[in-house]
Design a protein around this ligand. Structure first.
Ligand SMILES: Cc1cc2nc3c(=O)[nH]c(=O)nc-3n(C[C@H](O)[C@H](O)[C@H](O)COP(=O)(O)OP(=O)(O)OC[C@H]3O[C@@H](n4cnc5c(N)ncnc54)[C@H](O)[C@@H]3O)c2cc1C
Length: 286
């Protein structure tokens, strides 16, 4: 029998951690799903001075969070959600190759500060993809571009190289390449163009003729992750209880808007956990 969690928290940053901590103390069955515990930003913070009870550099902040996670026994599941779908009485969360089910979802996916490429939204599902495992096989024998935002995601570009004739991999970091059909590109992708489907990617230096563009970023734009979700630019539109326009789906942290700060993310994670519990009680009455 498939397991149905009370709440699935998507995103491993501070908002997700805070939501998971609260869900545990509220006695709910939760899944905390993310790519890395506490996200990439924590260790990169030079000096955190505005978070209650802590001041110090990002590495010490990370250590303090890890110690708390272990003390409170907060379970973390590694995975990158590539689609959240509303079913009759639950949500399904695809994190290829896994599939999870939950009655409610708290979206804590942060914001991608690297910005969008022109045309990205126009060609979504017509050559633009955010998920190598989901769509890679569609590009067997074709030429594709993979815009890879962090070293941890480079293995997805390597996975694509197993199908594609050629992968133009755009990275801003150094990486060892073990596939003959991966070309590392150091120029900056600016624009995606085509008629009905993707036909080319234009960088600040040249034009690449490609059939697909994979944008392998830590944060998938929220409306691409959850169909029908009301957004305002990169942010999810939320009410004061952090509910969204989709019943049973809540959002917390940077993904709900400014200010991008740890204390706000932690506070919202807690509020969203309480709102999810309230919602679960309400649907249990029906
Ligand atoms: C260099 C730097 C320094 C900073 N310094 C400070 C500071 O001193 N004080 C302060 O208050 N704030 C600071 N901030 C801001 C702070 O980092 C953010 O406000 C905070 O991290 C937001 O937490 P979050 O959980 O909402 O999002 P994030 O920390 O961005 O976490 C979101 C997580 O979700 C994951 N994710 C995204 N999409 C998916 C998906 N589809 N499936 C699974 N996981 C997914 C991402 O990989 C990420 O780990 C700093 C930020 C940076 C970049």
């Amino acid at each position: 029998m498939e397991r149905i969690y009370d709440v699935a928290v998507i995103g491993g940053g501070i908002a997700g951690f805070s939501a998971a901590l609260s869900l545990k103390s509220l006695g709910l069955d939760y899944l905390w799903l993310g790519e890395t515990e506490f996200g990439d930003k924590v260790k990169k913070s030079e000096y955190v001075r505005n978070y209650p009870s802590f001041s110090g550099d990002g590495v010490r902040f990370f250590e303090a969070l890890t110690a708390q996670q272990q003390r409170e026994n907060i379970l973390f599941t590694k995975g990158r959600a590539d689609g959240v779908f509303r079913m009759r009485d639950r949500f399904s969360i695809s994190a290829a190759p896994e599939m999870y089910f939950a009655r409610t979802v708290i979206l804590c996916t942060g914001v991608d500060l690297k910005g969008k490429i022109e045309g990205e939204g126009d060609f979504l599902g017509r050559g633009v993809s955010y998920c190598a495992v989901c769509d890679g096989a569609l590009y067997r024998g074709k030429k594709i571009a993979a815009v890879v935002s962090s070293p941890a995601l480079f293995e997805e570009a390597e996975y694509l190289a197993g199908f594609a004739e050629k992968v133009y991999a755009f990275t801003a970091f150094d990486v060892a390449v073990n596939h003959k059909n991966i070309d590392l590109c150091r120029d900056f992708p600016r624009k995606i163009e085509g008629e009905r489907r993707v036909e080319r990617l234009i960088s600040d230096q040249k034009t690449y003729d490609v059939d697909g563009v994979f944008l392998l970023r830590e944060a998938i734009p929220p409306d691409a992750l959850v169909g029908g979700l009301q957004t305002d630019g990169a942010h999810v539109v939320v009410a004061r209880d952090l509910s969204t326009n989709l019943k049973g789906l809540f959002a917390a942290g940077d993904v709900t808007g400014l200010p991008y700060q740890y204390a706000k993310a932690a506070g919202e994670g807690l509020v969203a956990a309480h709102s999810a519990k309230k919602y679960l009680k309400e649907i249990a009455k029906i």
